[in-house]
Design a protein around this ligand. Structure first.
Ligand code: NAP
Length: 246
């Protein structure tokens, strides 16, 4: 399905990013598995892909660091001369209520979750414009659509990602490049493992499907958006949230 496609998935050392990398590889794309600090876990993602007969390589870069992102794209383009699929998945949380939120907590989340996406978009767009083809999928969040108490930093970044998705879809559409976002609800990963049992129960009350999602359920939608079948979808945000945000 994604034969001969070159893909980059940011933050693919674990969680949703790892499942996206595995899914794209299972569709025959070559996948660059980006990570920031978790080299060993990124290598595990690569090994899992190879064990299933796929092709992948780990690549380090802190997406918040513009120079590091530039070097990562240089390395990819030197090796493969093209990039067909970019999945901006890397993300962090540093939750706090507004009166307690420190500047550092606000800045760090914006730097990774918003600037990080911008840095990667810039390089991918340059290459995809040359190719006159490409697929960009940004991982936003339901929190960026409906808000979430204790997450003004995260929600600002994730709402910003939806805005960037729509703007870039308009900029790149005439060159056959699609740009979409996926907004997951609460998905079982290390990010949500941090939630207390009380918060978990409160959230389940608000989810019509009465469960957290699985990372594979996000990966399936990303693979579809990356495919030829999704050629006429751009500028959209697909909510995969068990109905929570409707
Ligand atoms: P996770 O398990 O905490 O994994 C986060 C990934 O991002 C790791 O691979 C991490 O790699 C990478 N990362 C963090 N900072 C980075 C940086 N500066 N540069 C490059 N990579 C970086 O998180 P997850 O739950 O899979 O979430 C993945 C994405 O989905 C995030 O954007 C998150 O906001 C979004 N999302 C998650 C949920 C959910 O319920 N889980 C819901 C909505 C949206 P290192 O360990 O190497 O730093």
């Amino acid at each position: 399905m994604l034969e001969n496609k070159i893909a980059l998935v940011t933050g693919a050392s674990r969680g949703i990013g790892r499942e996206i990398a595995k899914k794209l590889a299972s569709c025959n794309a070559f996948v660059f598995v980006n990570y920031c600090g978790s080299k060993q876990r990124a290598e595990e993602t690569v090994e899992e892909i190879k064990a299933l007969g796929g092709r992948a390589k780990a690549i380090q870069a802190d997406v918040a660091d513009a120079d590091a992102v530039s070097k990562m794209f240089d390395e990819i383009l030197q090796e493969y001369k093209r990039l067909d699929i970019l999945v901006n998945n890397a993300g962090i949380t540093k939750d706090n209520l507004i009166l307690k939120m420190k500047e550092e907590e606000f800045d760090t989340v914006i730097n990774t979750n918003l600037y990080g996406v911008y840095h990667c978009l810039k390089h991918a767009a340059k290459q995809m414009l040359k190719q006159k083809s490409g697929r960009i999928i940004n991982i936003s969040s339901i929190s960026g659509v409906i808000g979430n108490a204790g997450q003004i930093n995260y929600c600002a970044a994730k709402a910003g990602v939806i805005g960037m998705t729509k703007s870039l879809a308009r900029e790149l559409g005439s060159r056959g490049i699609t740009v979409n976002a996926v907004a997951p609800g609460f998905i079982t990963t290390e990010m949500t493992d941090k939630l207390s049992e009380q918060i978990r129960q409160d959230l389940l009350e608000k989810i019509p499907l009465k469960r957290f999602g699985d990372a594979k359920e996000i990966a399936a939608a990303v693979a579809f958006l990356a495919s030829e079948e999704a050629a006429y979808i751009t500028g959209q945000t697909i909510q995969i949230d068990g109905g929570m945000g409707m």
